[in-house]
Design a protein around this ligand. Structure first.
Ligand code: ATP
Ligand code: MG
Length: 365
């Protein structure tokens, strides 16, 4: 299936199921783009091995979970390719070449990498493959030479690295002048686009837990941090999670007006993000600030709002859960399409690097 539409690439690591952060950070954009763009959505199963090489069965389950979540939220496998990273070998081949284009210390200085080492409590025990995954992600993206990459804010350092790799590749192997503007690289003969990130409506949705004890900052909602509301949570789980959600204890200080800074108070951050009832919000924000309404009322409303959003997703998900073969089949077809594009990129890259001795193709039956 070849198409002339510009391409979109993004993906998720199978370290759990999809949560509300994915929804506002990336999924909403994916759904909006799948008509006008040739979309490739990647399940980065190899990257899951960075932190759970000892738990392959968990990773396998999570691949199926994420793919099922995608279908449940409305990713249409007829239009968008659902791609399994481990079956697109061109990505690995590009990773090796790209790893030569980035100084080692540049990779280690990637701030998202540093944050993940902290958040996931990896200390200095993380494997060699952990920093390598950031180079792998440059290849995940550039293998598809996409025009747009919809992501959450935490991905921006990875995307900046991807832009550096693209510039360097084009300069070294395609004769692109170093002074060339990013947007002009392709027109000047570059193979790799200097991609633009496309941030979601909410760049970084916070989790439901307490802030970081050292910095006072709320954590981002994350599969790995045990602070997520999942798109597959049942109504009662959503209720329990919301009712026990952290709220800033200083919110009502008696004489002083309460603290309603969403950065410190996930409850309001969630309302601002998901509650479209503007009059309710305005009224209750005032009442809350004045100490005339407590957490329980605001939380109960949030339970309603979130369950309204999640219910149709949950219902569709149940149908796909009964048809696991269909989920795998969607991955097989999407991965086959992905290999067509990625193999073409790899062949062009090898040509540019003067390593095109004879042809080679790969296909999935
Ligand atoms: P992990 O904890 O294993 O890193 P994760 O929850 O960060 O998992 P990823 O698979 O790493 O999820 O991220 C998939 C996409 O969702 C990325 O584009 C990422 O930026 C976006 N994303 C993840 N969490 C959030 C969030 N809390 N707010 C906005 N976007 C998010
Ligand atoms: Mg992540």
């Amino acid at each position: 299936m070849s198409t002339t539409k510009p391409r979109v690439l993004t993906g998720d690591t199978p370290t759990g199921r999809l949560h509300l952060g994915h929804y506002v950070g990336s999924i909403e954009n994916r759904l909006a783009l799948q008509d006008q763009y040739d979309c490739y959505f990647l399940i980065a199963n190899k990257h899951a091995f960075t932190t759970r090489a000892d738990r392959p069965a968990e990773i396998r389950q999570s691949v199926v979970d994420i793919a099922t979540d995608w279908l449940a939220v409305g990713i249409d496998p007829e239009r968008s390719a659902m791609v399994l990273q481990s079956e697109v070998p061109a990505i690995d081949e590009l990773t090796f070449f790209f790893s030569m284009l980035l100084p080692f210390n540049r990779v280690l200085r990637n701030p998202t990498l540093a944050q993940e080492i902290k958040d996931k409590d990896l200390g200095d025990k993380y494997p060699f493959g952990f920093p390598l995954y950031t180079v792998g992600q440059c290849a995940d993206i550039l293998a598809f030479r996409p025009q747009l990459v919809p992501v959450g804010e935490d991905q921006l350092p990875h995307l900046e690295m991807t832009r550096e790799v693209a510039r360097r590749f084009n300069q070294l192997y395609c004769g692109v002048d170093p002074q060339t503007e990013d947007a002009d690289h392709l027109a000047r003969g570059g193979l790799m686009p200097v991609i633009e990130p496309k941030l979601g409506r909410v760049k970084r949705l916070v989790g439901i837990g307490a802030p970081n004890a050292e910095t006072g900052q709320l954590h981002k909602m994350s599969k790995s941090l045990n602070n997520a509301i999942f798109l597959s949570d049942d109504a009662d789980t959503v209720r329990k999670k919301v009712m026990s959600m952290y709220t800033d204890p200083k919110r009502i200080t008696g004489k002083e007006p309460g603290e309603v800074d969403p950065a410190k108070n996930p409850l309001w951050a969630f309302h601002e993000t998901f509650n479209s009832d503007a009059p309710w919000l305005q009224e209750h924000r005032e009442l809350y600030r004045a100490g005339k309404v407590g957490d329980v009322v605001v939380k109960k409303k949030l339970v309603e709002v979130l369950n309204d959003l999640i219910e149709p997703i949950r219902t569709r998900r149940k149908q796909f859960e009964l048809r696991p073969d269909e989920v795998i089949e969607a991955l097989r077809r999407g991965t086959r399409r992905a290999n067509q594009v990625a193999e073409e990129t790899l062949a062009l890259a090898k040509q540019a690097m003067k390593q095109d001795y004879f042809a080679r193709t790969l296909s999935i039956p």
